[in-house]
Design a protein around this ligand. Sequence first.
Ligand code: SAM
Length: 267
Amino acid sequence: MLNKLIIENMPYPDFVGLINQWNVLPGAFTTLNKWINHSYIDSSSNILQIACTTGFQVREIAHLTKCSGKAFDLSRYAIESAIKNKKIYSPSANIEYFVQDGLNFKTNEKFTHVIVGGGLKFFSNPRKMVENIISYFDDDGYLLASPFYAIKEVPSEVLDSCKQMFGIDVTHEPYDEVMKLYKDFEILYEDRNQLRFESEEDISYYCDCITRRAVKNLNCEDLYPVIYDRLYKIKEVTNELRKYQEYSVLVLRYRKNIYPERYVELF
Ligand SMILES: C[S@@+](CC[C@H](N)C(=O)[O-])C[C@H]1O[C@@H](n2cnc3c(N)ncnc32)[C@H](O)[C@@H]1O
């Protein structure tokens, strides 16, 4: 039985999963469209999303392109919401969701595209996850990412609030540092983007929409203020962080007979 204490003390990823916050990637639909167009996703593609939270990225790509795919997350609350979302918002999407730790995920199935969004940052060992990802491709494949990078020094009080809120160190490294994780791939497409600072009105409306749906689905109308307050605080902190970050949209290519060499300069 849910109560105030449980909601307030749940780990961040479980809270997001439980209330079905569509914890979307930087750039949301705009980034998805850039990925689809610049990595040629179509109905013959088989995509995999690592750490999918409530399933937004694969579901919406499958909805737009009719591709097939799989997606996993460590949080069972996130996967329960991902499965429900597919049934409600895109029943024909050919996507399977399951609970899995990416660092231990091995498979013989081959994928044309692997999607990480801004998610590698959440892994305890991002480099090991990248090595695993290589094994999911056949002789070539696309890695789709949208990492944040810092454009100025992030104040320590902002970093501390983020650590307390999300349980991880949020991105405060500059662009060159962030890109080191992707250095062995060919950069097929890239652009760098500013983040929009949301007004109080925008945040309140968003939090109200998410909370109203959550309390209805979880049958706990009395917990509206508790869920709303935790979500609002999360949004406040991420909004503040937006002053110090930008994000890059990346289409990276793996080719077995090139990786990890670099035959093309960086621009
Ligand atoms: C990846 S981020 C969310 C990404 C965001 N939707 C995006 O693309 O920008 C957070 C998610 O990572 C998941 N996660 C963290 N470590 C994981 C692991 N080892 N294996 C699978 N999922 C993991 C968490 O459960 C959480 O739902």
